[in-house]
Write a protein of this length. Sequence first.
Length: 577
Amino acid sequence: MLKQFKYIIIVPLSLLVSNLFSQEKDKNNIGTEVVNVVKPYSPTVSDAYKVKEAPSLNDSVTTSKKEINYNIFSVPVASTFIPAKGKATAIPKAKREKLYNSYVSLGAGSYGNVLLDFYTNRELNKDETLNINLNHHSSQGGINGVELDDKFYNTKLEAAYDYTDRYLSWGINGGAQHQIYNWYGIPQTIDEATFNDIDEKQNYYDVYVGANLNVDDYFFKGGDILLRRFWDRFNSAEHRAIIKPEVKFPVGEQFINVVFRADYLSGKFERNYFSEDELKYQNVILGGTPKYVLLRDDITLNIGASVFYKLDMEDGDGNGVFIYPDITASYRLVDEYATIYAGIRGDLVQNSYYDFQQDNQFVSPTLFITPTDMQYDAFGGVKGKFLPNVGYNVKASYKVENDKPLYQLNPSENPANEEGYGYGNSFGLVYDDVTTISLSGEINIDVTKAFSLTANAELLDYNMDNEAEAWNLPSIKASLTGNLNIKDKFFAGTTLFFTGERKDLFTNDNPLATEEPVVVTLDSYFDANAHMGYHFTNQLSAFIKANNLANNEYSRWANYPVQGFQILGGLSYKFDF
C-alpha cells in the first residue's frame, strides 16, 4: 500500500511541471514550422498473437462464489380439464375442371334450320398448335307470303397452324366458304305469271390464305399477309392481296411504331345492271401509319398520321396522295372509375365485293366499287366504373366521309336484264359524301358471378350531299344481352335488338310505267332471342335456341321479310382429339 501511495503523489506533480514549461515555451517561441515528409505514411496491421497463459489475479478483495440450492414444492390441484390437441383446418379446394381440346355441336329446328359447329385445338408439341373450325347453318325456308324459294345455306371451314417460342411467333391460316342465297324479295308490282320465269338462286364461293409473324426484335416487329379469291355463280370474280409489315425504332426514351400497308384489289362483273357491258375495277393503296406513343403517369398519348397513295389502274380516276390524322389521348381521372378519352382518325377504306356480300347477301353482281375517303372521325368520351361491378362508356363522334357506299334497291322490271336479280329484288350501290353525328352509350353489369348484363344504344344523324336520304341506315340502334349460369348445370341467355326506321328508293324501269321513284319507309323492329341449356356431364350438354320470340313480321331489307318465331334444339359434346 505504501508503494502505491508514492506513485499517486509523483505522477500528478510530473504532469503539473510539464504543463508550466510548455506554456512558457509557447509564449517565447510563437512561429511557424515546416514539416518535411520523407516517406508517406503506410499503416500496417501488426501480427496478432494469442495469449496462451491465463492472467494471474492479485486482488485482495477477490472472493469465491456462494453456492445456492433451489427447492420446488409441488402442490397437487384437483381438475377435470384435459386440453385438446390442436388441428389445422384445410382450405377447401375447388374441383379442377378437366379441359378438352375439341367439341362438336349439332342442332335442328323449325323452318328446316340445321346448325353444326366443330372445333379442335391440338397441341402438336410445346411450341406448335393446330386449330380446325367448321361451321354450318342452313334453312329450308318457308316464310309466310313469299312466293320464291327463300332457303339458304352457309358452310365455312378454317384451319390455322401456330408456332411460338421465346423470341418469335408465326402462323399460317386458311379457309373456304360456300354460301347459297335466293333473291326472294319480289316487289308487289310483279305479277304471278312472271314468278315461274325467275331463277332467284345465287352461289358465293370464297377461299383465302394468310400468315402472321411477331418478332422480338429491336427494329422489325413482324407483319400480316392475306390473299383472297371470291367469286359467284354469275362468273363474277375478285382477288385481293394485303401486306402489312410493322417496324419500331426509338426516339429518346419513347418509340415510334410504323405500320406499312400495301392493299391490292381487282375484280370484274360480267355485266352491269342496265346493259351487258362488263364491269372491271382495279385499285391499289400504298402507304403507312407512323405513330409516337407517350406514357406519363395517368396520361396516354398517341400521335400519328396516315399517308396513302391511291392508284386506280382501271379508270385512272381519283389517283393521288391522301393524308389523315391518327391521334388519340386518354387521361385517367379517378383510377379505374373515370377515364376521359378523345381522338381524331382518318383512313382510305378499300371497299370490296366480298365485304358488301358479307353485309348484305342480296346485292346484285353488278356493283360499281371504289374506295371510301374517310377524311376524319373526331370522337371523345368517358369510360370507367360507377361501382366495382358496373362499367360504362359514353361516346360522341363527328365523322366526314367522301364516297360512302349506300345500299339501294335496284330498279324493278328492267327489260334489259332478265336475270334472277333483275326484278327489283336485289340491291346496288350509290355513293355520296356523308357527315355523321353519333352519340352512344354502353353499360356492363356483373350482378353476380353467374349473371351479367350488357346494354348499349346509339343515336345517329346523317347529312347527305347529293342523295335525298341515307338509304338503309337507321337513326337509332340498341341491344341488351344477358347471360346466366345456375349451379354449374343450367345456363341461359337472351339478346334483344332494336333498329329504327330506314328508307329506301323504289324505281320502276318498265317503259310503260308512269309512276315516279317512291321513297319506301322500312318500319323499326324489335327482335328478341333466347337460349338455354343443361350440362348432363362435363362433356355432354343439351341446348335450346329460340329466335324472334315476339313473332314480328319485319323486314331487314326492303321486300325481304324474315322468318317468324323459330326454335332449335340440339346437343354439344366435348372430347379430346
